[in-house]
Design a protein around this ligand. Structure first.
Ligand code: WTA
Length: 644
């Protein structure tokens, strides 16, 4: 029996949304979406107010437009409009990798920094619609760079600092960025990350980049190319401290964020300005029950969508104090998260299940020796949270006092879609619970039949919401194919889910060839193409398997070219190769040497069988009669790597 955690009585009173309000607003958002969103669309400042609310089609000529005759400036919404009332309030509370380093940046200060960079970028010739790639560690300049782009209408593409030069190059080329903003080095867990050196390698093959702005973070030695590379501190000091925000149409792009899919290269998820900001700020306010005076901390990296919506845009649009953390959960000690919470009196804390599971392994003492008295709300994102981790998070971290919001969403959705609202929703450990306002989840079977009641199926969303992605950058056909062709007239999430008798959703994980490693999406096809790029590899197939800490681990079946001997050394070499090709997050956890892969007579790899063997569930392989050579399966089972 699932234990249900009811809403704390005081919270039901103090929260923005209680159970009655949730029911009433949700009902209205579904019955009268135009009226509902017309009202909530006004939560941000418009230069030219919108009169049209939405223009959406999920079939035929697929298009998604919200508030499309309005104009605004996203950065002005995050900065200028707060200056009169909260200029001296901390906007970004920065905590360095080293516990002795931190900084508080006020709204006034952040505004000035953004204006200076906006002017400096303009002086370099960057204008509205141009693409700017940001490859930075978790330092305030990352938020400044994003907001400076938004201020001039340039489209930013943030690339996670853990990605390799090759991955960076692919992303620079795909959107033809003219400017790259990076740092000399990053600092994580006491270790340096050679960002500028990586960038230099990537730039060898990225001809569109005309300028590079380099933030001095560590002071490590770097090569500066004259005429192309500029020090951030020099060009921003030389720039004027004020800047007139550029008027941007609601449907002008705000950013591109690359994310892995089931096939091919990562795709550039495109988000636009008006609807995205309405949705990010509204979900931030209601899901985290954000109130004046809260100190809010999301531990994500700005390289992922969670960092975009819930470190930068949502919180700053709401005038919040948002904490930005450069480091990692276990440096210098495994108490770091809880010490940071005490140091800055954090009230709302939002992290990923993988971090919880890793810290859970260290026992309760490193948590219990800290106070955490300031905490009032906890959040989870990125992957399903198993009930054991949920209850530990609730009991040990939250002292049985803080509700947990388990927020389900995706890069594509721009903001949270299925989640508890802390003053309204009784919690069930492991369930993301109910849809946010305006979100209409639908369960469908493999044939596309809509399923009612308590069922398990594929999760689709029937209606648009303002934060939805608009297209794949430069490839609208891929957008339509990926999200709107499997099930007609609906957005297909790629996730499976179960809906229980109370209408609660339990996300079961990806149903496509995407794996979720430590809350990071990885396409199996990407890892496969990295492996086969190695001269000794003839063929590779990659699947996910259950991993105690990471949620899913990466399991690779590798066939070597003729005459190559499988050795431990080669195994290590291949792991390092993938790290170098894509980045450490793509490292295979297990590599199985497989002289043959199970294929149909037409040569298609039967991934279902490989998944089962990797999951150590080889008793349930299903029908193998269509295999060209059923014998390979016995060999794979015999030599399987996961015997847990
Ligand atoms: C998974 C991260 C279960 C899901 C915001 C989704 C989750 C993918 C949850 C998107 C959750 C995210 N419970 N699964 N609370 N949150 N996921 O694009 O499989 O990096 O499709 O966005 O993460 O990952 P992405």
């Amino acid at each position: 029996m699932t234990e249900v955690y009811s809403v704390p009585a005081e919270l039901a009173k103090s929260a923005w949304i209680d159970a009655e309000t949730y029911a009433a607003w949700y009902e209205r958002s579904i019955q009268d979406p135009e009226g509902f969103w017309a009202e909530h669309g006004r939560r941000i400042d418009w230069i030219k107010p919108f009169t049209k609310v939405r223009d959406v089609s999920f079939s035929g000529d697929v298009h998604i437009r919200w508030f499309h005759d309005g104009s605004l400036n996203v950065a002005a919404n995050c900065l200028d409009r707060h200056l009169a009332t909260r200029g001296d309030q901390t906007a970004i509370l920065w905590e360095g990798d080293d516990p002795n380093e931190s900084a508080a940046i006020t709204y006034r200060d952040l505004h000035e920094r953004v204006c200076r960079l906006a002017n400096a970028m303009t002086a370099l010739g960057v204008a509205k619609g141009d693409r700017v790639t940001i490859y930075l560690p978790m330092i305030p300049e990352a938020a400044v760079a994003m907001l400076a782009c938004a201020r001039i209408g340039a489209i930013h593409s943030v690339v996670f600092g853990g990605f390799s030069p090759d991955s960076l190059a692919g992303r620079l080329q795909d959107c033809a960025s003219s400017l790259l903003i990076t740092a000399d080095e990053g600092l994580r867990g006491g270790r340096k990350v050679p960002l500028k050196a990586n960038a230099d390698k990537a730039l060898e093959t990225s001809g569109s980049v005309r300028n590079v702005i380099v933030v001095k973070r560590t002071g490590g030695a770097v090569q500066m190319t004259a005429g192309r590379d500029h020090w951030y501190h020099e060009i921003t000091q030389a720039a004027a401290p004020t800047h007139q925000p550029v008027e941007i149409d609601a449907e002008d792009p705000l950013f591109i964020l690359y994310t892995s899919g089931s096939t091919g290269k990562p795709k550039g998820v495109l988000h636009t300005s008006g609807g995205y900001l309405v949705y990010a700020s509204m979900t931030h306010q209601y899901v985290f029950d954000y109130h004046e005076g809260d100190v809010y901390w999301c531990t994500a990296d700005v390289g992922w969508v969670t960092g975009h919506s819930y470190i930068v845009y949502g919180p700053l649009a709401n005038g919040a104090t948002t904490l930005m953390f450069e480091g990692v959960p276990n440096y210098p000690t495994v108490s770091r998260f809880w010490e940071v919470i005490d140091k800055h009196k954090v009230t709302i804390f939002y992290t990923a299940p993988t971090a919880i599971r890793a810290l859970m392994r260290e026992g309760e003492e490193p948590v219990k020796k800290t106070s955490r008295a300031s905490l009032r709300l906890l959040g989870s994102v990125g992957e399903p949270i198993n009930p054991e981790a949920w209850t530990w998070y609730h009991r040990v971290v939250g002292d049985d006092r803080c509700p947990i919001v388990d927020t389900w969403w995706q890069t594509e959705t721009g903001g949270i879609l299925i989640t508890p609202l802390p003053g309204a929703t009784p919690l069930k450990p492991g369930s993301a619970t109910r849809p946010f306002f305006g979100v209409k989840p639908v369960m469908v079977d493999a044939e596309g039949k809509v399923l009612d009641g308590a069922v398990e199926g594929n999760l689709c969303i029937a209606e648009s919401w303002p934060g939805q992605m608009r297209t794949v950058y430069g490839d609208h056909e891929r957008f339509v194919q990926t999200y709107f062709s499997t099930y007609k007239g609906m957005y297909f999430t790629g996730d499976g889910a179960r809906r229980d008798a109370d209408g609660y959703y339990w996300i079961t994980g990806r149903v496509d060839d995407v794996i979720n490693v430590s809350g990071h999406r990885m396409g199996t096809a990407e890892v496969e193409s990295a492996l086969v790029a190695h001269p000794k590899v003839a063929e590779a197939a990659v699947v996910g398997y259950p991993h105690e800490i990471k949620g899913q681990g990466i399991y690779a079946y590798v066939t070597l070219v003729a005459d190559e001997e499988p050795t431990e050394e080669l195994r290590k070499e291949l792991v390092n190769w993938v790290r170098k090709e894509i980045g450490p997050i793509a490292s295979p956890d297990l590599i199985q040497w497989s002289p043959g892969l199970p294929k149909t007579r037409s040569g298609k790899i039967m991934r279902r069988i490989l998944r089962k063997i990797a999951e150590n569930q080889f008793d349930a392989l299903g029908d193998t009669s269509t295999l060209a050579d059923p014998g390979v399966v016995d060999d794979l089972i015999e030599n399987r790597m996961n015997r847990a």
